[in-house]
Ligand binder design. Structure first.
Ligand SMILES: C[S@@+](CC[C@H](N)C(=O)[O-])C[C@H]1O[C@@H](n2cnc3c(N)ncnc32)[C@H](O)[C@@H]1O
Length: 262
C-alpha cells in the first residue's frame, strides 16, 4: 500500500475512534464557551453570506460548524472521510434543524464528487493540517467554487502555546507545526486563489478546555441563553479585544484565518 494511502487510513481510523465521544459534538453546539468560540469564527465566515448561499464544509467532522452556519446560508453540504463523523452529523442535523438545508456525504477532499463551479463558498476548519499534501484538496476546493466564490479556512496557529503543545504531544496534530502564515499563503497562491487575506483569531481553544475541565471537575454545562452565559459572552469579547491591542501577544492566537477568492 502506498504511504499516502496508509496515512489517510490511519487518520480516518483515529478520527472514527475520537467520534465515539458523541457528546463532544453536542457540547460544542450547546455550551456557551464552545458556542461563543464558534460564533466568533463563524462571524468571519459570514462575509458575503446570503440566504441563497450554497456552501461546502470540507472535513466537516460531526457537522458542528455546518449546523451553526445553516442559519446564514441557503444550503450546506458537509463532507468528511470518516463514515462515523458523517453519521453523527446527519443525526445532529436532524435533531438541531427543522429545515432541510443540510446534507452530509462521506468522501475524500482530494477527490470531491461535485461538478466544477458548484458552490458560492467553501469553509474548512481544523482540516488542512491533517493532510500530507493539502495542495490537492485546495485545488479541488478551487475547482468546485464558482468564479468570485469565497474560501474561508481556519487553521491552528503553532505560535499559540496551547496549539504548540498539542501538536508536539499528539501524533495526528503534528503538522500544525508547519502552519506558518507564509506557508499557508503559498498554498493558496499555488491553488490559484486571489485576494488572500489572513487574520488572527481567538486566544484559547475554548471547546477543548471547557469540555475536558467539565469532565474532570464535573462542571455542568452553561447554557448560552442563561444570564451567566450572557455575562461570560461579554467577558470573553472584552478579553479578545484587549489581547488584540497588545503587540507582542496579538498574533499568538489559537487560529489563523485565511480568506481568499476564486
Ligand atoms: C479535526 S477534524 C475537524 C472537523 C471539523 N471541521 C471541526 O472543526 O469540528 C478533521 C476532519 O478531517 C477529516 N479528514 C481527514 N482527511 C480527510 C480527507 N482526505 N477527506 C475528507 N475528510 C478528511 C477527518 O475525518 C476529521 O473529521
Amino acid at each position: 500500500m502506498n504511504e499516502m494511502l496508509e496515512t489517510k487510513i490511519d487518520h480516518v481510523g483515529h478520527f472514527d475512534k475520537s467520534y465515539d465521544d458523541f457528546n463532544y459534538a453536542r457540547w460544542r453546539l450547546e455550551d456557551i464557551f464552545s458556542f461563543y468560540h464558534h460564533s466568533r469564527i463563524i462571524q468571519t465566515a459570514l462575509i458575503g453570506s446570503a440566504p441563497s448561499l450554497y456552501l461546502l464544509d470540507v472535513g466537516c467532522g460531526p457537522g458542528v460548524d455546518a449546523i451553526t452556519l445553516a442559519d446564514y446560508a441557503g444550503k450546506i453540504v458537509g463532507i468528511d472521510f470518516s463514515p462515523k463523523a458523517i453519521k453523527i452529523a446527519q443525526e445532529l442535523a436532524k435533531e438541531y434543524r427543522k429545515d432541510s438545508k443540510l446534507s452530509f456525504l462521506c468522501c475524500d477532499a482530494e477527490k470531491l464528487p461535485f461538478e466544477e463551479k458548484t458552490f458560492d463558498a467553501v469553509f474548512c476548519m481544523n482540516f488542512l493540517h491533517h493532510l500530507e499534501r493539502p495542495e490537492k484538496a485546495l485545488q479541488e476546493m478551487a475547482r468546485v467554487l464558482k468564479k468570485g466564490g469565497k474560501l474561508l479556512v481556519v487553521e491552528m496557529n503553532p505560535r499559540n502555546i496551547q496549539m504548540n503543545i498539542i501538536s508536539r504531544l499528539l501524533k495526528h496534530e503534528r503538522l500544525i507545526l508547519r502552519n506558518s502564515p507564509q506557508y499557508l499563503k503559498s498554498l493558496f497562491v499555488q491553488a490559484g486563489f486571489l485576494k488572500i487575506e489572513m487574520s488572527f483569531q481567538e486566544y484559547v481553544c475554548q471547546p477543548l478546555v471547557s469540555y475536558y475541565l467539565r469532565k474532570k471537575l464535573l462542571f455542568s454545562m452553561i447554557e448560552k441563553e442563561s444570564s451567566f452565559g450572557r455575562l461570560i459572552t461579554k467577558i470573553y469579547g472584552y478579553k479578545n479585544s484587549l489581547f488584540k491591542r497588545i503587540p507582542l501577544i496579538k498574533n499568538l492566537t489559537t487560529y489563523i484565518v485565511i480568506q481568499a477568492e476564486r
